[in-house]
Structures are given as structure tokens and as C-alpha cells.
Write a protein that binds this ligand. Structure first.
Ligand code: CO
Length: 134
């Protein structure tokens, strides 16, 4: 059901510092920051030859990554995103097996302008999983 790895997302306490690390020390192309108030994050994309890394910094009150950064003050891996052809079909198939979708199960538009859903980490090997329809 899942297709390509779309991205790995890292929560970071300081987006400018993390951008400099990836751009200057690691020599990657890093996009300009993009504020996503509906997701409570500011994001940049690190473009790799075979995939992307997203760097996420909290934005506004009640950011979904604020609690993660409290437990992981230096930052860390926040979620992994897989591509699917049909997000609603994937959701229905997974919820039929008892897996939990975060929120009310309605897809939101993600950072790439495509519909996304998040799956509960306790149901997916301890990792928050994002599904993106491509
Ligand atoms: Co993501």
C-alpha cells in the first residue's frame, strides 16, 4: 500500500541553526522557511537526491511539536512520511484493522500542498507516520 519515502521530519529548537547545519556543514540545498500556522510549525525542506528531510520548528501556541521538544531539547526525529495513491482508501483500510488516525480522520493539506493524515505512533512501531497522497 505505501509507496516511496517522501520525507523524514526532524523537530528542531532553532530552525536557523538547523538550516545552517544542513546547508553549510552537510552541503545540502535547503529551501526558504515556510510558516504553516494550521500545523503549528515553520518548515524548511532539505532536498536530497533520493528524498527530503523536513526541519520543523514550533510556531504559535500549542504547537504539536512543542511537547516533543520539551522531552528532546536538542531536537530529534519527529515523523516519517510515506506516499500513498489514495489517502482515504488507505485510512479506511488501516482503521478497519484497529489502527488509529490522529485528529478526526479528515485529511489536512500538508506542507507540499497535498492531503495528509497522521497515524498513531503506538500503532506503528513507536513512530509517528504521515501518509501523503501523491
Ligand atoms: Co511531514
Amino acid at each position: 500500500m505505501i509507496g516511496r519515502l517522501n520525507h523524514v521530519a526532524l523537530a528542531v529548537p532553532d530552525l536557523a541553526a538547523a538550516t545552517a547545519l544542513y546547508r553549510d556543514a552537510l552541503g545540502a540545498n535547503v529551501s526558504a522557511p515556510q510558516a504553516l500556522p494550521e500545523h503549528g510549525v515553520t518548515v524548511v525542506f532539505v532536498e536530497l537526491p533520493n528524498s527530503k528531510v523536513e526541519l520543523l520548528e514550533p510556531l504559535g501556541e500549542g504547537s504539536p511539536i512543542a511537547k516533543y521538544l520539551e522531552s528532546n531539547p536538542a531536537g530529534g526525529m519527529h515523523h516519517i512520511c510515506y506516499e500513498v495513491d489514495n489517502l482515504l482508501a488507505a485510512r479506511d483500510k488501516l482503521t478497519a484493522t484497529g489502527a488509529r488516525v490522529l485528529g478526526d480522520g479528515t485529511p489536512k493539506i500538508g506542507a507540499h500542498g497535498k492531503p495528509v493524515l497522521f497515524l498513531h505512533p503506538k500503532d506503528f512501531a513507536g513512530t509517528l507516520v504521515e501518509l501523503e497522497q501523491v
